[in-house]
Design a protein. Structure first.
Length: 276
């Protein structure tokens, strides 16, 4: 009798530990109506989720310009996700449209603003540069580190990956060798479809849901609805996948923050397409 009680007790304890150790999928929903009552808005997103990475959702309205500041201790990425605007340098003007990526790198004297009667929504990501990052940066191509990087997502190079179906369109919007230990891309498809389960303990990963994204994300035993204009954090080392139901759209940005440069070997699973 005592043996049976002990077995039941330890079985319950094992199940309890599994539940207690189960990882949720942290998610935050962006306030896309923030411009209705203020000319400038900003909010930290998933604060302190990834060490050394700060994510802010910012908006500016018609008539307000944002000056770009350079901090040698950080590398900054701007993802423009809604609204139209202009990025102005000392010698050139860039047209900002939704789903554009921008890196100022070390170029100073930059500013951007929305076009008349519009509002710019963008995600500003600042990545702390370690001493090793600063050393590695010196080995990167100068055109990657000393000039502005500005690109529409749809103009970026396409790739294929074994965990995705042939109908999926994937693009690398920020290759590695621009910012140490950082790479980004997009995934787009119409359901029914999925990104197969996989693990990558060598990197932290965020997902940003783009316009019309309506998917489900799984990580180990956790499951969460992943809509447009939301950002989630894939639990480190989890077995995760993404599913889209029939007639719905999958369209999101993945952001990889590698723990060290050796981890970037993972990117070799991305195979370039010739029809980009």
């Amino acid at each position: 009798m005592k043996l049976k009680i002990s077995i039941v007790f330890f079985s319950c304890l094992f199940v309890f530990n599994l539940v207690a150790n189960a990882q949720d999928i942290p998610i935050e929903y962006l306030d896309m109506e923030a411009e209705n009552n203020q000319s400038k808005y900003f909010k930290n997103v998933l604060e302190n989720e990834i060490k050394g990475v700060e994510v802010i959702h910012e908006t500016i309205t018609d008539g307000l310009a944002e000056n770009v500041s350079i901090d040698k201790n950080y590398k900054t990425i701007y993802l423009f996700i809604k609204g139209n605007g202009l990025l102005e340098t000392k010698s050139k003007t860039y047209n900002i449209v939704p789903e554009t990526i921008f890196l100022p790198n070390v170029v100073e004297g930059l500013s951007f603003k929305p076009v008349k009667s519009d509002t710019l929504h963008y995600i500003k990501i600042s990545v702390l540069q370690t001493e090793q990052d600063k050393i590695d940066l010196k080995e990167f191509p100068k055109e990657h580190t000393e000039a502005i990087y500005f690109a529409k997502f749809t103009d970026c190079e396409a790739y294929t990956e074994a965990i995705k179906s042939p109908q999926t369109t994937s693009r690398t919007i920020l290759p590695n060798k621009y910012i140490p230990r950082v790479a980004m891309g997009t995934v787009e498809t119409i359901g029914p479809d999925k990104v197969g389960a996989h693990e990558h303990p060598m990197l932290e990963q965020l997902f940003l849901g783009l316009t019309t994204n309506e998917t489900i994300v799984y990580a180990d035993d956790a499951r969460i609805n992943f809509p447009e204009y939301s950002i989630l954090h894939i639990p480190l080392g989890s077995s995760h996948s993404v599913e889209v139901k029939e007639s719905s759209k999958m369209y999101y940005v993945w952001m990889d923050f590698f723990r060290d440069k050796k981890g970037e070997e993972w990117l070799k699973t991305h195979k370039k397409k010739d029809d980009n």
